[in-house]
Design a protein around this ligand. Structure first.
Ligand code: HAS
Length: 549
């Protein structure tokens, strides 16, 4: 049904690869920063030449949380729409390149100001910490560049629709479009705080900033951001994994519905990051927590669909018993194994998210390193392992090469190394967090307080995990470099599975963007209008900027 263009056009491949290369460069630099952080926090190592822990921490969060993800996702999505909806037009490809260069210049600018110690404000750049204006300007270019790529994606989708009246769009294209709609709507929040509040404030045009408004606008963006990371992983799970194992997509309509539910519920939930902040009434926190529990549903649907895909395939191969199908899965294929380990980790990771979202329990873990543990399981394991697994076919597909058996074996080892390293690091972060260890802070014994001394063994375990993870980064960089430049020439498949029931009629009705965007906007207005007016009407005088480094 969706195999109209089997091979991504060479010119589109070049565009997608450009994005993916930047993503892996970000991984190398950001990963090094991560290693240094865990070593510093163990208390056994100090950064040389007066380099600040917070400079390294900002580099790490920005490069891995904001740059690696955004570049990989946009590169992957350009390849995905070219593969499933046909070669990009010259105009779409041109704008794809404009977006790429804007994002790259923006990233370079931002990283320059971080590395020169002028923007140690962490990846969330919370006011009243104040960075050099260049930091905000770079981020603006990064976001505006991504918008341009988003509109290029929409233009490609619109052309496909025009050429195929009355037909449902290819599933992968539909998913990429949903993710870009989500991105466009949510980045309006971060654009507003940066352009209206933080940039004029850092330039000295205004003296004070409304901290609560700026954090609220940040989290209006910051929570959907995590689903912008997650949805491409789900694209791989729903569409590529069934093909890789030799099965079918459990349900095309269920997959589309899950994506639309993410669009609805991922944005009006930012308050669950602000549950302990004053200035937002408990009622509105409650409303957004209810909506947070709604956004869990599409992940549960995805878990169901994945189990169904695996089981249906296993049984078609003669598996019996409750879990006999597990034995039929292709464990030796890194394209399957890496994302599968990502799925496994998402079970405890998602449970942790549900704990965070529960107001009373969040009081125990908020601002502790538990939360850092949570997002290293979600984004740094589930999402990233899926991206690695996808890169094992995507990069050779785009570079016209094939993965050798030796590289496949290395990729399996890489996945195991990652799982072990992350279990150490994230596991000990969770435990230390429960004992009260703070996040976003360098090593300290807090005057040898007994409580702080309890954390040290966990911090050493974090450094052990961090070191193992760094080995994992080196391995994946070796594999990707091989697949991009040195592997034998040949044809690698871009796996796109077919739906088990290709005649499902619901799919066409799912292309109803006016309705989906209308519901999304309505939910946002319900969740944010009253508390936002309240924040502005009852605003305190605002804060001057602080540079604490
Ligand atoms: Fe989260 C904080 C709540 C998911 C990322 N989260 C963060 C931060 C980040 C982040 C980066 O409510 C920190 C931000 C900062 O710097 O302050 N999170 C949730 C909830 C979910 C959730 C309810 N988070 C994610 C994902 C992320 C991510 C996904 C990145 C990609 N999170 C929170 C809250 C906070 C928070 C609070 C603020 C805490 C605070 O105090 O600051 C849900 O979406 C999770 C739903 C997931 C599931 C799991 C489904 C399982 C699946 C796998 C199936 C497995 C298979 C294989 C098929 C219900 C789909 C099985 C095979 C076998 C053989 C068994």
């Amino acid at each position: 049904m969706m195999n109209e263009t089997v091979k991504v056009d060479r010119r589109d491949a070049k565009l997608a690869l450009a994005y993916i290369y930047v993503a892996f460069i970000a991984l190398a630099l950001g990963g090094l920063a991560g290693l240094l952080q865990t070593l510093v926090r163990s208390g056994k190592f100090q950064l040389p030449a007066g380099i600040s822990y917070y400079t390294i921490l900002t580099t790490h969060g920005t490069l891995l949380g904001l740059v690696l993800t955004t570049f990989f996702i946009i590169g992957f999505q350009f390849a995905a729409i070219s593969r499933t909806s046909g070669t990009l037009s010259d105009r779409v490809r041109f704008w794809g390149w404009v977006g790429f260069w804007m994002m790259t210049v923006g990233t370079t600018t931002t990283v320059f100001f971080i590395l020169t110690g002028q923007a140690s404000v962490l990846y969330t750049f919370y006011a009243p910490l104040q960075a050099h204006p260049g930091f905000y300007l770079g981020l603006t270019l990064l976001v505006v560049g991504s918008w341009i790529s988003g509109f290029a994606t929409f233009a490609h989708y619109a052309r496909w629709k025009k050429e195929h009246p009355g037909k449902a769009s290819p599933l992968l294209t539909f998913m990429a479009v949903t993710n870009m709609v989500l991105w466009l709507v949510c980045t309006l929040g971060v654009a507003a705080t940066v352009l209206i509040q933080l940039l004029p404030w850092s330039l000295g045009i205004v003296d004070r900033v409304n901290v609560l408004v700026s954090r609220t606008l940040f989290w209006y963006f910051g929570h959907p951001l995590v689903y912008f990371w997650l949805l491409p992983a789900y694209m791989v799970w729903y569409v590529a994994i069934p093909k890789i194992i030799g099965g079918k997509i459990f349900s095309d309509s269920l997959a589309r519905l899950a994506f639309i539910l993410f669009l609805f519920f991922s944005i009006p939930v930012g308050f669950h990051h602000q549950l302990l902040e004053p200035g937002i009434t408990p009622f509105w926190k409650y409303v957004q927590v209810v909506l947070t529990f709604m956004v869990v549903i599409p992940s549960l649907m995805t878990a169901f669909a994945m189990f169904a895909t695996f089981e249906a395939y296993g049984r078609s191969k003669g598996a019996t018993g409750l879990f006999g199908w597990l034995r039929k899965l292709p464990w030796g294929d890194a394209r399957f194994f890496a994302p599968f380990v990502g799925m496994l980790f998402f079970i405890p990771a998602g449970a942790g998210g549900i704990i965070n979202a529960s107001h009373q329990m969040d009081q125990v873990v908020h601002n502790t390193i538990w939360v850092t543990g949570h997002f290293h399981l979600t984004v740094a394991t589930t999402v990233v392992l899926t991206f690695f697994g996808a890169a094992y076919w995507l990069v050779p597909h785009l570079s016209g090469r094939v993965m050798t058996k030796a590289m496949n074996r290395l990729a399996i080892i890489q996945t195991v190394v990652w799982a072990v390293g992350m279990s150490f690091m994230s596991g000990s972060m969770h435990f230390a967090g429960l004992l009260g260890a703070p996040r976003r802070s360098a090593f300290s014994t807090y005057g040898n307080s007994p409580q702080a001394l309890e954390w040290i063994p966990y911090q050493i375990a974090q450094a052990v995990g961090g070191t193992i993870l760094f080995i994992g980064i080196i391995l994946v960089l070796v594999i990707i470099t091989n697949l991009a430049f040195f592997a034998p020439k040949g044809e690698t498949e871009f796996p796109v599975a077919e739906a088990a029931e290709p005649q499902e009629r619901a799919a066409l009705a799912m292309d109803n963007w006016k309705l989906w965007i209308g519901i999304t906007v309505a939910l946002i207005l319900v969740a944010y209008t009253v508390p936002f007016i309240d924040m502005i009407q009852n605003a305190p005088p605002g804060s001057k900027g602080y540079k604490l480094w």
